[in-house]
Design a protein around this ligand. Sequence first.
Ligand SMILES: [Zn+2]
Length: 473
Amino acid sequence: MKKSKPIIFLFLLLFIICLIISGCSTETGKTIVLKNVDIVPMTDEITLANMDVTIRDNIIADIQKAAVGMAENAEVIDCKGYYLMPGLCDMHVHMDKGWDTDEWPVCPLNLYLAKGVTTIRDMGRVDEDVNYVLKIKKMIDENKRLGPGILTSGQILFSSPLENPQARVMDNQEKGFDFIKIYSYLSQNDMIDSIKEAKKLGIYCTGHIPFEAGLERFLDAGMDEIAHVEELAYEFLEFERDNNLEDNQWIPYIVENTDAYIRKNENIDFDDTYGEELDRILNMLKTSNTKVATTMILDDVVSEKLFDKEAFLNARGTRYLPERYISEFKKGEDKHLKMFDRYGNVVVYKKRLDEWILKNIHENDIELILGTDSGTFGLGIVPGFSAHEELRILIEHGLTPFEALKTATVNAGKVIYEITGNNNFGTIEKGKRADFVLVRENPMESIDALENIEGVMVNGTWLSKEVLKALLQ
Ligand SMILES: [Zn+2]
């Protein structure tokens, strides 16, 4: 009974939101025109001034110079003086059954939309029925529920033995999941067998580099993508790969080794020490056309949690994290607080290493896609807010605002195309899905433009500033 009040409130709120948006959603045949808008199409570093964008059946039907006349029966939204950019994609999130309970003060789906994230890629879970993700995805696709578009990996191929890797991969596809995610604790053989089967079935493969295998074998097996920049950091840490550790022994083992290494070798200059190895790795990534998801925010959040708890607790998005998580954090029960309790130096070192890798990946034109690892109960990363933070971190480490935005739009769109065969995300062009963010300033001049979102369109449904505000209640 305790839960009835919030649930009634939630239904009321959903009802109000439905009322507000029902007038603005593109049910079949309905046309919406975004009028007199400056477009940042992301096809190139250009702005198209004073345009009309026509949306029909959730798709961009037309883009042309602003005209006086207007199609009949069209709903017109005046966007004069504003900039229209593609909706953002967060390509590394973890959906959770808790999203649909009162565990989170605001449902993460709403947090993403409120921050202009109109597509998320769910990177799966372990040992848990993940069919709820397919249900939510279906409801959103059929316009029965408001939320970003979803791609999903299904269960993570987490740990060996997998028993029958081929069957696992096939089953995942048959159930309707979009791609597979490999994890750190697979044996070399299970990794190879899983990827081989996936390639045979035309399935996209992303994930962690299994500790036993290492990067070279991982790429040789045919991986399409590395799920975190930090996965590459392990290539520069000293540890043995063939030592038969249990899953939960790997990270403590590597952390301890790294701690010992940096105590012996102070002020390590990465270019001097690892320059040659880095070139070899960059070459491999380039020739194999491997994409890398960013998730740099993890390093920032872990550092903050360890070294500046007040800053973490007072960050703008923190109040949207589950209350139970915050109280656990305050009691020191957070995963990272426990893991790095005696190893603050390792956290500092790894952050510096990841940033050095990011900078070099970027300078060598290896394709980055934006990911934030948001949505998991116990990490402290806030859905939606984290995408803006990630963009800021990318810019801090050498990307221009345009290049950073590409990771969350064009580049993400290319990966979605590879996964689904639908080339309809990431740019503002005729025929693409109507996913936009409307902002007051030009986001290619400063990413701070995302601080003032005037409206979001997700799959043809217009969410005004007021609706976005209500989504955060
Ligand atoms: Zn993750």
